[in-house]
Design a protein around this ligand. Structure first.
Ligand code: ATP
Length: 229
């Protein structure tokens, strides 16, 4: 099994706030790891650390996933004020694909997420669900080894949620997936392993079946119970 990330006693701080506290975790290639926990528990910070967007202040962090092999999706994706096709093509061009080839690849990439009808539309005028699908097309076109997703369906309506989740499951095929979610149904469907965070600390790290069916630390048990209500 290829190790992609190792954290050993990692702290991440923002001024006086310790967003991650003594986090120890190893993630191997092919795993599907769900990060769950209340607002502010450190899920986004952990994803941003994995993606190289924030530094750690203490402990050891090693990433064996090259930056260009990772793609990250945010809850509200940032779209350039340009057509959908250009948004995809630019991402490819920035990674070294010649412009013409990048333009040609944009059509099939958008078709894969069902957006062939909006190739020429300004991406900022698309609906939330369409923008998330476009963000996925943009990430997917890069053929990343790792997909890091920060609550990718949180702002979508139930139909768009289902559609985007189905696409995520497909995109995650053969890849490593690390995602933050408040949707426990989604966690059950997509994850093989669950990491529960509270106040920046990892309180549980279990295979998905054990997380939902086995004994849990009290804090995690109460969180799951509350989320299921
Ligand atoms: N750039 C920043 N500057 C200052 N504090 C920050 C910054 N980013 C995160 N924090 C703080 O770090 C802590 C962890 O935040 P983080 O966004 O990682 O939590 P989260 O579990 O992803 O929350 P949510 O479910 O609301 O997205 C919070 O107290 C947050 O306010």
């Amino acid at each position: 099994m290829t190790r992609l990330y190792s954290l050993d006693g990692v702290d991440v701080r923002f001024g006086r706030v310790t967003a991650l506290h003594g986090a120890s975790l190893a993630i191997d290639a092919g795993e599907r790891v769900a990060l769950i926990g209340a607002n502010g528990s450190g899920k986004s910070t952990l994803l941003r650390l994995l993606h190289g967007l924030v530094p750690h202040a203490a402990g050891q962090f090693t990433s064996h996933a090259p930056q260009r092999e990772q793609a990250m999706l945010f809850q509200r994706p940032h779209m350039l004020r340009a057509t959908s096709a250009t948004n995809v093509a630019l991402a490819l061009w920035l990674r070294g694909t010649p412009w013409r080839a990048a333009r040609e690849a944009a059509g099939p990439a958008l078709a894969r997420v069902g957006l062939e009808g909006v190739l020429a539309r300004n991406a900022r005028t698309l609906s939330g669900g369409q923008q998330q699908r476009l963000a996925l097309a943009r990430a997917w076109a890069l053929h990343p080894q790792v997909l890091l997703l920060d609550e990718p369906t949180a702002s979508l309506d139930p139909t768009a949620k289902r559609e985007v989740e189905a696409l995520l499951a497909e995109a995650a095929n053969g890849r490593t997936l690390v995602f933050a979610s408040h949707n426990l149904g989604q966690v059950k469907r997509l994850a093989s392993r669950v990491v529960y965070l509270e106040h920046g600390r990892i309180l549980a790290d279990l295979p998905v079946h054990d997380f939902f069916h086995g004994p849990l630390p009290e804090e995690a048990r109460l969180f799951v119970k509350g989320e299921l209500v």
